[in-house]
Design a protein around this ligand. Structure first.
Ligand code: ADP
Ligand code: MG
Length: 498
């Protein structure tokens, strides 16, 4: 092993049943290097990381770390080798304090004669939080009272307490706000300057290019490329990820907004929370983009239109007479809703792909109170094929799917039910370019079938790229409206948002 290499993984294989998650994976990370790991959802990034950090074993292959053969028994063993990982999911322990989370498994450091010295634990936690630039979190606070972002910072503190020689950061920056991201970037820079190493996993190609000294690219569990800083270029990386050229513009290509004159759904005088007397109409065959800041009320609007939230005033109408007052009525009237919070609201992650897709259609699948298994299977196969959902089988639990494939399932369940109106909230959040482009194609397809889409989005290029018309919300009111045209720029929209 070359002297400047801290980690070498060699010829790693890993399968889950029929899914080949990693095939012949070999790569190297240098001392003092931020090494990017990129690939579409499901390409094997988290699997490789979890093998390095001892959370699971490879089926075959070898690893070398810090000059020695390395075969971690478990996470603790990896930690003892000074390898730590910030996981993609929530990694904190519930129902205990921040400091208990930082020192989970290390309580003995603070215990004497079986009694925990909480003051010392408090001081040490404060010290480690301060050292990474976090001073707004109280070590004594209960972890559940913290936002998802702050909990991630606690995880980072826990990892840094171990003084890792190798830190793996798995898609953490997407869930952090600007401040959190800066904290993490500082830590990474600092580690690099001390000759330590980072494996950095991110969807954001620009961020990756800015941060990393080298990058390894995975596609379907195979390494398709390793690029040094000099050779890193966004289109090159995308091509290696996708295996086909993706043009910069994967949005629809027509330049004019079109729709039928017929109204699909209308919102009349709706007030709720910050929303004040909102009126809007969505036409058949229209993609209506809704933009604004997170707090502008636009996310609540989506829930109101699906009957999940009852507005203080006003109503939501389909046709002349039907008021959408409950999700049940929404579903009966062929409305589908894809929540921004995919894992908690859009999907039952602890249920199979089949059960998720069939859920809205159960009434229809039932005959004399019995659900025909074959009918069910046929429906699910049709939609998993149409949306090219990557899975081991339709019985696979959704929690094991990648973000992009989860999103496809949460869209498929409404299409399987024949929805005519789709309300989608941040439909491509945290999803990589390949699946993104599939979802845009699908949306455009639905439009050409005269279906209607209300797309709530925080991404301006997506609003401009996909909408026939865009409505901007500011402080709960409509502040601007734009019809699709070639001149429309992001700054035009931003002016109406703030
Ligand atoms: P990435 O992190 O690049 O999105 P993952 O490493 O999470 O990808 O997944 C790679 C592949 O392995 C995917 O097809 C995924 O569905 C599958 N997979 C990962 N973990 C499991 C598991 N515990 N059981 C079954 N399949 C899994
Ligand atoms: Mg992952």
């Amino acid at each position: 092993m070359k002297k400047d290499i801290i980690l070498k993984v060699d010829n790693i294989y890993k399968s889950f049943g029929p899914t080949k998650a990693l095939t012949n994976v070999s790569t190297e990370v240098r001392y003092g290097e931020i090494h990017g790991l990129i690939g579409e959802n499901g390409s094997g990034k988290s699997t490789l990381s979890s093998i390095i950090v001892g959370a699971q074993n490879a089926d075959s292959g070898e690893m070398y770390f810090d000059g020695k053969y390395y075969e971690p028994k478990d996470i603790l063993d990896a930690n003892n080798n000074q390898i730590n990982m910030i996981v993609q999911e929530q990694g904190t322990v519930k129902d205990v304090t921040v400091m208990a989370n930082v020192f989970v498994g290390k309580e003995s450091l603070f215990s004497k004669f079986g009694i925990l010295n909480l003051d010392k634990m408090y001081r040490e936690t404060k010290k480690i939080l301060d050292s990474i630039g976090v001073n707004h979190i109280d070590p004594k606070a209960m972890i559940n009272s913290l936002s998802f972002e702050d909990r991630k910072l606690v995880e980072i503190a826990r990892a840094m307490y171990n003084r890792p020689k190798l830190l793996i950061v798995d898609e953490t920056t997407t869930v952090l706000d600007k401040k959190g991201r800066d904290i993490l970037y500082d830590i990474m820079d600092d580690m690099r300057s001390k000759g330590k190493s980072i494996i950095f996993i991110s969807h954001d190609i620009d961020e990756l290019i800015a941060m990393c000294d080298a990058v390894t690219i995975l596609r379907d569990g195979n390494i398709t490329g390793r690029l040094s800083k000099k050779k890193m270029e966004a289109n090159k990386i995308k091509q290696l990820m996708i295996g086909r050229e993706i043009s910069d513009n994967f949005y629809r290509q027509d330049s004019e907004g079109t729709s039928s004159d017929e109204i699909a759904i209308e919102v009349n005088d709706v007030s709720y929370g910050v929303l004040k007397n909102v009126f809007l109409k969505l036409n058949k065959g229209e993609i209506l983009g809704i933009g604004g800041l997170t707090q502008s009320g636009m996310h609540e609007l989506g829930k109101i239109m699906f009957g999940l939230i009852k507005p203080y005033t006003g109503d939501v109408k389909v046709g002349d007479s039907v008021d959408i007052t409950t999700p049940h009525k929404a579903i009966d009237n062929k409305i589908g809703y894809v929540s921004k919070n995919r894992d908690t609201e859009a999907l039952m992650t602890a249920a199979s792909i089949k059960d998720n897709i069939c859920l809205p259609s159960l009434d229809k699948l039932e005959k004399w109170g019995i659900i025909g298994k074959n009918v069910e299977k046929k429906l699910v196969n049709t939609w998993t094929n149409k949306l090219s959902i990557k899975m081991s089988s339709i019985s696979q639990f959704c929690m094991y799917l990648s973000g992009g494939n989860k999103q496809k399932v949460s869209i498929a369940k409404w299409l399987a039910n024949g929805s005519e109106i789709m309300i989608v909230d941040c439909p491509t959040r945290g999803i990589d370019v390949g699946v993104k482009s599939d979802i845009y194609d699908l949306m455009y397809d639905l439009k050409t079938q005269n279906k209607s889409i209300l797309m709530i989005s925080e991404e301006l290029p997506e609003l401009i790229g996909m909408s026939d018309r865009i409505i901007i919300f500011k402080d709960g009111q409509i502040s601007g409206e734009f019809v699709r045209n070639e001149e429309l720029k992001e700054s035009d929209l931003i002016n109406y948002m703030i």
